[in-house]
Design a protein around this ligand. Sequence first.
Ligand code: B12
Ligand code: SF4
Length: 449
Amino acid sequence: MKILLITPSVCPDTKTPGGLMIPQLALHMLEGLTPPSHSVKLVEEECEPLNIDEECDLVGISCMTSNAPRAYHLAQEFKKRGKKVVLGGVHPTILPDEALQYADSVVVGEAEGVWEQVLADCENSGMKRKYEQPPPSLERYIPMKFRKTSKKRLFNVIPVMTTRGCPYSCDFCCVSDLYGKKIRHAPIANVVRDIEESKGKTYIFLDDNIIGEPRYAKELFKAITPLHIKWVGQASISFVHDTELMKLAAKSGCGALFFGLESVSVAQLQKMRKSIKEVHKMGEAVKKIKGLGIHFHASFVFGFDDDTAAVFPDTLEFLQKHKISTASFNILTPYPGTAVYKQFKNEGRLLTDDWKYYDHSTVVFKPKNMTPYELQSGEIWTKKEFSKLSSIIKNLPWNLSHPLLYVAMNLGTRENVKVDTERLPKLASELFNRKPETRVTLEPAVLAG
Ligand code: B12
Ligand code: SF4
């Protein structure tokens, strides 16, 4: 069979420069799981053209919530053209019955252990409507071909994943529903083989927390040290409590870590069971991590029920105080399947059920202590203030170990501000019931006086 595997964009008219994209691991894994008797073509619509009339027998589409509407549209178009369509990924796993209205078949959860069956059924007896299985073992080695994709990418970053599953159930996250509560690891020998066979220099570990199980992480870091690669990943701030772990990470080529700090509000952190002590000592943690040559990137979420408009200047102050010089700012998004979604739905606080807006950057609910517009504009204001050219220059001296990364990330934030400010009036009238002629203001009212 000829198989076309796609990750759709949210909106086909806006493209991300291909060079900046990290190859989609799910598509490469599906390709790796496909027996050699079939041919496979991968298309990441966000950065390359998709031919709706592509000659193929089966179309596999991978989506999360924000690109689900586009995935459904494409599924229908391919079906009209006589192709078989199977949907998989985060959103179809959480809402398989919704996805089944548009596709022939849905894979709920992970592909390992079922993809070969889907292909055999498609060729022979016909696909089942739903494929479901308990979380599979990650023991099997899946050969992947990144060279074709990564050659087209500017930074040539190759994705690797070592762990699935999370023992926690944070209100705003669906990861334990996707992968289960038990942590499963890929054998370290497979990770080493992945890295060796992909022949890259720079890698991103896609794990939610690369140090989730410190014992495994230490073994992994020791095993990859001789490969002389550079890597980045996500970790919890408990990283700073284990000096051996930190040193092993640095020695193995860790260039940057992304820490989901989520909030600077003490009340909110208590709710999320995050250690307040760690937040108060953040300056020390940043210093320790940077001291090992590891860049510290922080990520925040705005819009929790305890957040008032003061959260924006408070976050900026926190970042300045602790000398954190690259950060991402997101808007709380009630993804289907999460406790936050159920809460907002029950309280009648959802502004829309159009999934394309569920993207971490758009306010889709009524916040408790702000208007939706204040939350949306406050987030843009924070990004704008944070990435002012004067701040970038002022902070450069303590970012000299990774100057390119530091400057590139902040320029990315500035670009983001431009795009978000341009779409604000449209969003305000589409979602927040604001008259189009109302003056666009970004500055939170607490500061405007
Ligand atoms: C790494 C990651 C990223 C990377 C992606 C890098 C890349 N190009 O791969 C970056 C940082 C860029 C990113 C960005 C975003 N992300 Co993200 N990300 C993740 C993370 C941690 C891992 C995803 C991953 O690649 N896993 C590895 C692959 C192999 O797993 P997988 O996709 O689940 O695929 C398996 C199965 O689902 C299945 N499958 C998948 N597709 C298909 C298709 C078919 C046909 C079949 C049969 C099977 C199948 O088979 C695969 C193998 O078993 C997840 C959390 C998590 N643990 O899943 C969040 C997650 C997917 N991200 C999320 C979000 C919200 C985002 C952003 C919107 C956030 C933002 N605004 O910045 C953006 C969107 C960017 C975009 N345009 O796609 C949410 C999605 C929630 C939702 N309901 O939509 C998640 C679940 C995080 C969370 N805690 O809520 N992300
Ligand atoms: S936010 Fe992180 S710790 Fe919480 S459930 Fe999701 S993956 Fe687990």
